[in-house]
Design a protein. Sequence first.
Length: 97
Amino acid sequence: LAAFNDGTYDMTMLYVGGVFALISAVAEFVAGIIGVINAKLPNKANTCIVWGVIVAVMCVAGEIISMIGGSQFNVFSLICGLVIPALYIIGAVKNKA
């Protein structure tokens, strides 16, 4: 938990971050289910690509919200959070072909 220079926390941003993390986790779960269901359907690849982009954008937005709340920018966290959506999107593009 990161503090501001005066030792206080922005509790509103911590709550927003928590809710956003929950929404992001649900989006990742839904994307995974959609990916498994549509794995053998090339005509549904665009749907998977869209869900992959949504999850990737939510990862970046979560890192931004975390920084606004007082946390330091964590490159490792961002990279780890983007690996799975990137692989998901690559798989959907290959499935489309």
